[in-house]
Design a protein around this ligand. Structure first.
Ligand SMILES: Nc1ncnc2c1ncn2[C@@H]1O[C@H](COP(=O)(O)OP(=O)(O)OP(=O)(O)O)[C@@H](O)[C@H]1O
Ligand SMILES: [Mg+2]
Length: 333
């Protein structure tokens, strides 16, 4: 450790070290699309699912698929242990969104040595370990670098029967859309970053694993799902409907919201990422039935959000349905 004086761990507000926290710091979808469009990634062979879905999938034998994904981001909450739990739940989520079970994970850590004490990094790693333990997923090894901005996440490998995969291009007209976590995580995180106010319901929502919901979906024979993260409900739904060649209708009043989410929008705690999401979806979305506040919540950049599933899941709200391909990608009513 370099010879730099550091204050005791409790005095640090981790979100102060993040230019944009959680999934709100993702590169916007149009920019990412342009960037990836110029790169010829090797495919073919046993690759079943390539770029554009929640994870890459390869066939390992006739019936079995291996699922690979990684996710890491800057602090989304000030508490290091909670950040670790959330980052791990978020990384595991893409495996669940494919209908797979995680089999092994490795840590990815960026840490500003000499600026933040290593004791905080230990707490982050303990949080991640706790979440992996809850997921029943071995977590071993990883990679750690000196980084001006703290970052944490996992690379996760999962397994699924080929016939049980949930893809984001398998949506069919007539299927209901279920959402397994409430929206509003992004605006509450923005408020937390600005004021230090803690929102325990949002923290627990982010730290909740999507494993049970995924298992329920797979057992119900559901074939199409994605997870709602940095591009917001409308952004990820737009990707799903475009990949599937269908359109969608969203019932705005049926979409669950975290307590305090509306107020946070009214008070202006909207991240740049959420505004970019809304700008991106606007051209393909009929938002004429809702006001700006509601539109921002539907586009709010979530961190470790729920699964959006093309099918009915007992205990979770139906927030819309897939319809035949029409003028708009998505119509909000
Ligand atoms: N640097 C990259 N190289 C290749 N593919 C990428 C890269 N960055 C993102 N992608 C791919 O682009 C697609 C869209 O990215 P996005 O981050 O929305 O997916 P995701 O991993 O499901 O997101 P999330 O983890 O927030 O659920 C995904 O298929 C992702 O794997
Ligand atoms: Mg995803």
């Amino acid at each position: 450790m370099p010879d730099i004086e550091v204050s005791p761990p409790g005095t640090y507000r981790l979100t102060r070290y993040a230019h944009g926290g959680g999934c709100a710091c993702k590169i916007p979808p149009d920019e990412l699309g342009d960037m990836l469009g110029s790169v010829d990634l090797p495919g073919g062979g046993d690759l079943l699912v390539g770029t554009g879905d929640d994870a890459a999938v390869v066939r390992t034998d006739t019936d079995t698929a291996l699922v690979a994904t990684t996710d890491f981001f800057a602090p989304v909450v000030d508490d290091p242990y909670d950040w670790g739990r959330i980052a791990a739940a978020n990384a595991l989520s893409d495996v669940y969104a494919m209908g797979a079970v995680p089999v092994v994970a490795v840590n990815l850590l960026g840490w500003p040595r000499g600026v933040l004490p290593t004791e905080l990094a230990e707490r982050v790693l303990r949080g991640g370990a706790e979440t992996a333990r809850l997921a029943g997923c071995p977590l071993a090894g990883g990679h750690s670098v000196d980084d001006p901005e703290p970052k944490y996440g996992l690379a996760v490998t999962g397994r699924a029967p080929v016939s049980g995969l949930m893809r984001n291009d398998a949506g069919k007209p007539g299927l209901p859309l279920s959402l397994t976590k409430p929206l509003g995580i992004g605006v509450l995180n923005s408020r937390h970053k600005a004021t230090g106010e803690v929102f325990p319901e949002a923290v627990e929502t982010m730290a909740t694993l999507n494993g049970e919901a995924a298992l329920m979906a797979v057992e119900a024979g559901i074939e199409c799902a994605t997870d709602v993260t940095g591009f917001g409900l409308l952004g990820h739904l737009r990707e799903l409907v475009r990949a599937s060649g269908v359109s969608a209708v969203v019932d705005a009043t049926a979409v669950p919201l975290l307590d305090g989410a509306r107020q946070a929008v009214r008070d202006g705690y909207v991240s740049g990422g959420s505004r970019r999401n809304l700008a991106w979806v606007r051209e393909g979305t009929d938002l004429s039935a809702v006001d700006e506040e509601r539109a921002l919540l539907l586009a709010d950049a979530q961190t470790s959000g729920g699964l959006l599933v093309a099918g009915r899941l007992p205990g979770f709200p139906v927030v819309g349905e897939l319809v035949e391909r029409g003028e708009f990608d998505v119509t909000v009513r």
